[in-house]
Design a protein around this ligand. Sequence first.
Ligand code: SF4
Length: 341
Amino acid sequence: MSEKKKPILELQDLHTYFYTEDGVVKAVDGVDLQVYEGEVLGLVGESGSGKTVTAMSILKLIPQPPGKIVKGDILYKGQSLVNMPESELRTLRGNQLAVVFQDPMTSLNPVLTIGEQIAEAIRLHQGLNDHDAQLTTIKLLELVGIPDAAKRLGDYPWQFSGGMRQRVMIALALSCNPDLLIADEPTTALDVTIQAQVLDLMQQLRDKFNMSIILITHDIGVIAGNADRVAVMYAGNIVELADVIPIFKEPKHPYTQGLLGAIPSINSKRSDELVTIPGTIPNLISPPSGCRFHPRCSKAMPECSEVRPDYIEITPGHYVRCLLYGTQLENYKIEKKAELK
Ligand code: SF4
């Protein structure tokens, strides 16, 4: 489905590093990714895998220093964002790209009313006068399911529940009519029932406005019913990318298999233990040699610590970074043998 559509966003060999006193943190280290018009792309991985840095790189919100995009490009509708002047970027961020963060309480201004915050964004991005901005604010709050929206314009963020605040954040993001919405762990701080409502709302808005959404989460279960395609990130790289059904039915990368194995099943018996991935995300100042996942991988072979796997397409639209697939391992063994002769 997605292949027929145009990519709205393309990351090409993106490298974002942080220069710290302890060394260079290679937070995003060669990411290739396309986001198509009107699709929801799930970006999944453990904390520290590089998901948020990827998102912040797209928005060019990486604190510089210590961060820097050192290599690669970000194309939005064919235009490079990496070399775009800040003034143009600001216009783009305000009018086409929007973001919803995990914790709406820290993203909303506590001393301004909800109505003032949204109306200000509308005046700024849509150039409307005070009266029209207020009418649009009410419409947006109604659209995201705030009951009695007109009466709640004068309320402050603390007068809203967590789920309602997240709806306000989505309304704020929609105030600029974005073509691309980046939702970074938008439901992590919410109860499961409210989480389902917020995810459902995002789907409805995607369908209504044909918006593209990058849905970032550490919870692969959230992706199942909410994404068209899934990119799995590990230690600064995408290790698997495919449509959502193949990822869930037949995950190829041992890390994706591990993430899925860690989801409790409704059929599990009480005595069944959840499968866990041993160890933790590596230090990205000095990541493991070869495949970065090898110290934690149950299928690791001796060559996995020597060869960095290429990112290859194993079936149309299904990409994997693992030596178990393709011919890279075989070629390496032949080369090794030839060297020894
Ligand atoms: Fe595991 Fe080796 Fe594949 Fe890495 S390359 S995921 S260590 S099997």
